[in-house]
Design a protein. Structure first.
Length: 234
């Protein structure tokens, strides 16, 4: 795979056991640990793949069950379909509106399987089912992953990813992160950049949690009125 606008696209070769030379095949998409990345560092191909898989499972669910009620849908959706849309999304979280809408459309279809709410607007269906939007879920997942890194729950060198803000500002909590300037949109949407503003805006009670479950519970309470919880495009 060739990366970068100024890449000369050189052709590489490799010798086999017979000392014969063969050219390495050029690829535009590579998959690693279940996540596909193209030569422009975009994840649109991966987004399409997981959406197709989730839609296929949603279709199987619809054909298997003739009647769907609230608890049944939530159990099936959370256990069989949503995990495909959220696996490793801290890595490939979509930054283009077309990909965001494409992913959310799967959950829109799923919520219409409950007959009594299928004609309600999407935000109202989410409130009835107590399902947050996938945009909210990705933001929440970003905060949980940031907490795990900063508090040492993940075996990661946090100093290589984040720098604490040493400024003298008194508002907010004392564990604020320093956000560097990003010239490219690609960099601004990278995990270690996009999470900083959200993390810095959290209340002290949330970031001072002693465990992951305690952090999740406090975060849910602090974000209970967040607009994107049920209105993903707000």
């Amino acid at each position: 795979m060739h990366l970068g606008h100024g890449n000369p696209n050189a052709q590489y070769t490799m010798r086999n056991q017979d000392n014969a030379t063969s050219e390495l095949q050029v690829t535009t998409v590579e998959k690693d640990l279940g996540v596909s990345l193209d030569n422009q560092l975009k994840f649109s191909n991966h987004t399409s793949t997981v959406v197709n898989k989730a839609n296929s499972l949603l279709g199987i669910t619809k054909r298997t069950f003739k009647y769907m009620e609230k608890d049944m849908l939530c159990t099936l959706y959370k256990s069989l379909i949503r995990p495909h849309l959220e696996y490793a999304n801290c890595v490939w979280s979509p930054r283009y509106q077309r990909d965001i809408h494409l992913i959310e459309r799967v959950q829109k279809r799923a919520t219409k399987l409950v007959p009594e709410i299928k004609d309600l607007p999407y935000p109202e269906r989410l409130r009835y089912l107590e399902l947050p939007s996938l945009v909210y879920r990705r933001k929440r997942g970003d905060m949980i992953q940031t907490f795990k890194i900063l508090k040492g729950f993940d075996d990661v060198n946090k100093s290589e990813l984040f720098v604490y803000d040493s400024g003298s500002r008194t508002r907010g909590h004392t564990e604020k992160l320093f956000k560097t300037h990003s010239r490219l949109e690609l960099r601004r949407c990278f995990f270690t950049q996009r999470v900083i503003s959200l993390w810095n805006s959290l209340p002290l009670e949330v970031v001072s949690a002693n465990s992951i479950n305690q952090f999740k519970n406090r975060l849910d309470r602090a974000w209970s009125t967040l607009r994107c919880k049920y209105n993903y495009d707000s």
